[in-house]
Design a protein around this ligand. Structure first.
Ligand SMILES: *Cc1c(COP(=O)(O)O)cnc(C)c1O
Length: 467
């Protein structure tokens, strides 16, 4: 690049004394300003900057960039409602208020206000989990992967765990049941085949080394065709005949019947426990609609052993999670209002007509953002629940569709990727998905289109960005 200004830059000490730089130091501290100033002086040396005013403006801009939050809200227009990479379940206001109430000061996190003695942090959620699931006892850890690890470690250390080959699951992000089992210090005893496992497979595998039977909900895939797996009730019978516990990893674990909301069937925790299952584990931020957490519920004697494990201490939840979870559980007191009050359930049960209205409201703002070279229209799409829930079931939804007018397929594809990129660069990034030669923006998760509309009206797609 050509040099617009000649000359050597000022010495660092001299530039530090400039009033503009001093004002930045007062505001942001010396370290940050010094780093930015050195970078600015380097640009001066290379000929891109040549005067005090430009240098100060450059230093200020670079400090603002460093200080801008990197972790921020986005618009989830991917069509996957409980999207692990986008933070899973949105929290209801009750949970956010509960977090705020305990975040800034002391609380009775592990303090019994009645006796004045040390208390247990599980006390804030255990009664509600039991009430909603019928379990005798419950405990909570950081996430469901931690819950599985803890249960296996506490109940089956150095012993065998029997699992069907059809359930050796891998959840995204390197959660593989055989690996978790090894880390938990137990030995995996696989039985049956990928598609068929019978009762005698389990019974034959049981020995004096067996600690428990494990069933994992195959949440992100389906084994179809010539298949056989045992129900929880059948497995519980076999386990109990041998005086062993049956543990079920439910994954999503719904507290209510999803079909009542017009959604695909998902196992209900209470019904699973009622079939004789001794311990279940499930996530707090999947279908439950709460914060990231792993809930362990079941027989009191087993929960007590799990709670005493040193791993429980390492995997426990913080006060913010417990505050949010306890607020969300209380919303389940009234099942009739859940579909409205729990955002994840509200979004999942939104009607296509309602989503179409959001799409209609956003069509003009998006057309204005995209400009002439891009064709924008509305179309029908299918959303997904996400996080492994019912992978084959789709929810009828509506989307904004952007298409490139190029005749060349590669040029179209490049332009779609550029559209997606510039949507991600907006102040509140917009995340869509590219499919069928279009960029689709599924509006299921947009409940208040105004902020999105304003953002599109205030910015423009740059069809020919600088290389
Ligand atoms: C999602 C899932 C997990 C992991 O739960 P996290 O809350 O993501 O840690 C474990 N098992 C099953 C069956 C799951 O679906």
């Amino acid at each position: 690049m050509s040099s617009t200004h000649g000359g050597r830059p000022p010495a660092v000490d001299k530039a530090l004394a400039w009033p503009g730089v001093q004002a930045l130091i007062d505001c942001h501290g010396r370290n940050l300003v010094l780093d930015a100033l050195r970078a600015g002086l380097q640009q001066w040396r290379e000929g891109h900057i040549g005067d005090e005013q430009t240098l100060v403006a450059e230093v200020q801009a670079s400090i603002e960039q460093v200080l801008a939050p990197a972790f921020k809200p986005v618009f989830n227009l991917t069509g996957t409602v409980i999207h692990t990479n986008l933070g899973r379940a949105p929290l209801p206001p009750e949970a956010i208020n509960a977090i705020a109430a305990v975040a800034s000061g002391a609380s009775n996190l592990e303090y019994d206000l009645h006796s004045g003695q040390r208390g247990d942090r599980d006390a804030h959620v255990e009664d509600w989990i039991c009430r909603l699931t019928g379990a005798e006892a419950a405990t909570v850890v950081n996430n469901n992967a931690a819950a599985v690890l803890l249960v296996l470690n506490a109940l089956a250390l150095r012993r065998e765990v029997i699992v069907s080959r059809g359930e050796l699951i891998e959840i995204g992000g390197s959660f593989r049941l055989p690996d978790i089992m090894a880390r938990a210090g137990c030995k995996l005893h696989e039985v049956g085949s990928t598609n068929r496992t019978h009762g005698h497979d389990y019974a034959d595998a049981i020995s004096s080394r067996t600690a428990l039977l494990l069933k994992a909900h195959t949440s992100n895939y389906v084994v179809q065709g010539f298949t056989r797996s045992l129900s929880e009730a059948e497995l519980a019978t076999i386990a109990h005949q041998h005086d062993l516990p049956l543990v079920v990893d439910l994954g999503s674990g719904s507290l209510i019947d999803m079909q009542r909301l017009g959604l695909p069937f998902e196992p209900v925790v209470r019904e699973v426990l009622a079939q004789g299952v001794d311990v279940v584990t499930f996530s707090g931020d999947k279908l439950l609609g709460g914060p990231q957490a792993g809930i362990i519920a079941g027989r009191a004697d087993l929960i007590s052993r799990i709670r005493k494990s040193p791993l429980k201490r390492a995997l426990r939840c913080d006060k913010l999670t417990l505050a949010a979870l306890s607020a969300v559980l209380r919303l389940y007191a009234n099942p009739d209002t859940l579909a409205q009050r729990i955002p994840a359930l509200r979004l999942l049960s939104r009607s296509q007509t309602d989503i179409e209205q959001t799409v209609a409201a956003l069509l003009t703002p998006l057309t204005s953002w995209a400009g002439d070279p891009i064709a924008v229209d509305a179309c029908e799409v299918l959303s997904q629940i996400g996080s492994g829930s019912q992978p084959l079931d789709r929810l009828p939804s509506a989307a904004l569709r952007l298409r490139s007018q190029h005749t060349n397929k590669r040029a179209r594809s490049r332009q779609l990727r550029e559209l997606a990129r510039q949507l991600r660069q907006l102040p509140v990034p917009v995340i869509g998905r590219i499919a069928d030669d279009s960029l689709l923006l599924d509006c299921r998760c947009v409940e208040e289109p105004q902020a999105l509309a304003t953002q599109w009206l205030n910015h423009r797609f740059n069809a020919e960005p600088l290389a």
